[in-house]
Design a protein around this ligand. Sequence first.
Ligand code: DHB
Ligand code: FE
Length: 287
Amino acid sequence: MATIVGAIATSHIPAIGKAIAEQKQSDPYWKPFFDGYIPAREWLAKAKPDIVVSIYNDHGLNFFLDKMPTFAVGAAAEYRNEDEGWGLPVLSSFPGDADFSWHLIESLVDDEFDIVTCQEMAVDHGFVVPMGLLWPGDGKWPVKSVPISINTVQHPLPSPARCYKFGQAIGRAIESYDKNLRVLVLGTGGLSHQLDGTRAGFINKDFDRLCLEKIVSDPEALTHYTIPQLVEYAGSQGVEFLNWITMRGTMSGRVTQVHTNYHVPISNTAGATLVLDHQPIMQRQAA
Ligand code: DHB
Ligand code: FE
């Protein structure tokens, strides 16, 4: 059966992609941020995932305001990156696993999540920047992917409680797949930031610290916020933390924090990384 080996959560700011392209990882501005990914890659080398389920939000590349699914799941053989206008290089396509995707989709629909299925899907910085951080190099991606996009852009947004339940359903879907796949779950975006309006530049370190702690030890405590509260505390784009909550919901076994890094600011955003190891319940019983 497929197992969830762990999860990584990370910011996905376009400026990171630009810094990678321009090899600025050791510049004083960027170094404290990029150094935070060294332990993540060391853990990945041991965890050896075959496939990544990436929970992110599209920012207007694949979906636009005219048609905005709450939850969308990729079901393609590959996912292409496109120019979003940020000045980033367009990365090579990401291989998919349509068989695994369709299993996830069937399981999610059985579980009463009426998602949108995407047999064609362009992936934006929310998906590609984390991939470039975790597997730097020549763009030959060593893992397959399933992109799962959550609407964090156009209200009404799904609540933290709904996203946590969606994550739990994704976890059940992954663990009921009958091939021995090692699955890594990614949650991208955040932490606090607001790019527009009178609060542009808003960052809330206290709330970020609380989120970084609770997402590990007591994720259900985070499911009690309403969307207006999340906007108030994290900023209008800080609601991308919904992707982290969904990521955390996928893991029902024992979760151990391997590494975390918090660095403020990167671009307009509180940059954060979190690596979580997961020991599934069945494995624990067998031990
Ligand atoms: C920034 C952050 C984001 O999450 C995003 O999608 C785009 C830009 C920023 O901080 O610049
Ligand atoms: Fe974003």
